[in-house]
Design a protein around this ligand. Structure first.
Ligand code: R5P
Length: 294
């Protein structure tokens, strides 16, 4: 097995290589003047199981092309198997048709990666597991929520309230709650399919005087967290934190979230941002070690 250091996750790939002792293959890459992508694997991959570590956070499209090109390059250069480790998997939220006339983006992405040479895919906290079924080859999602909950435990937040901003994220809040040892609950969220505007509404639970941590898979524009923080304030939470696996923090999202009264935003290095405080390296290393020995 060799770890191919995808340009979008080279630092994470290096950490994984260090923690597993697996040899790494650097990637030479550039963007041509017209915007086209170029990659070259700078190492021998012949007869190896190539594990390409490459996130697909913005700019999603060029990072997806880099991933497809790296998979193709690995196969053309003799790799016997290609596993893509994609910490943040772009387009996973469009896993079904919501409005007439749409496509299913993740299905197209899955087919493209398969055709390029990806034999298996590992991602982290995919938005919905149903998206994994769109992949023609084996695909799995592993969870970084325990790592995020541990971060807060180490800060001394035992028994903090774990809040999911909507029902769909309740499994995430439950996972955190099992580590934090406090309570968990969820709000209700509606998103306008045309404008993208979110509306978060209250549910009945007691956070008065407590530290509350909002757990979600993604923070994009911050709208969901802002809505949830507003309700937590109304309910009298003492301190509010936001934790997510993929802190995309588009535009002024970070400021909006902090302005809404959130003390700190904590994300992982699936996406590079100021909130990337928790590394996925131990989680992915464990997975690769199991893969190698199994
Ligand atoms: C969608 O339901 C996801 O779980 C997140 O809640 C969503 O992507 C966050 O988006 P935003 O930060 O733009 O509200």
């Amino acid at each position: 097995m060799k770890i191919v250091l995808g340009p979008a996750s080279a630092e994470l790939g290096e950490k994984i290589a260090d923690q597993t002792g697996i040899e790494k293959v650097p990637v030479v890459y550039k963007t041509f003047p017209d915007g086209e992508t170029y990659v070259r694997l700078d190492g021998n991959i012949q007869n190896e199981h190539a594990v390409i570590v490459q996130t697909t956070s913005p700019p999603q499209d060029s990072r997806l092309m880099q991933l497809a090109f790296m998979a193709d390059a690995a196969k053309r250069n003799g790799a016997k198997k290609v596993t893509a480790v994609v910490p943040y998997l772009a387009y996973a939220r469009q896993d079904k048709i919501f409005l007439q006339g749409e496509n299913i983006s993740i299905e197209t992405v899955a087919s493209m990666l398969h055709i390029a040479g990806v034999d298996a895919l590992i991602t982290v906290n995919i938005h919905a597991d149903s998206a994994l079924a769109k992949f023609p080859s084996p695909a799995k999602s592993i969870s970084a929520i325990p790592l995020l909950a541990e971060y807060f435990l180490q800060k001394g937040f035992k028994k903090a309230f774990a809040l999911a901003p909507d029902k769909g994220a309740m499994h995430i809040a439950n996972e955190a709650q099992r580590i934090l040892g406090g309570e968990a609950g969820h709000l209700e969220k509606q998103r306008d399919r045309y404008t993208g505007q979110v509306n978060v509404t209250k549910k009945d639970f007691n956070v008065k005087g407590k530290t509350a941590i909002i757990f979600d898979d993604i923070i994009s524009t911050g709208g969901t967290i802002v809505g949830a923080a507003k309700i937590l304030k109304e309910l009298g939470a003492a301190k509010i934190y936001a934790a997510c696996v993929h802190a995309l923090l588009i535009g002024d999202a970070e400021k909006r979230v902090l302005d809404a009264g959130v003390e700190e935003i904590v994300g992982t290095d699936s996406v590079f941002s100021l909130a990337s405080k928790v590394t996925l390296a131990p989680l992915i290393s464990k997975e690769l070690k199991a893969l190698k020995s199994g």
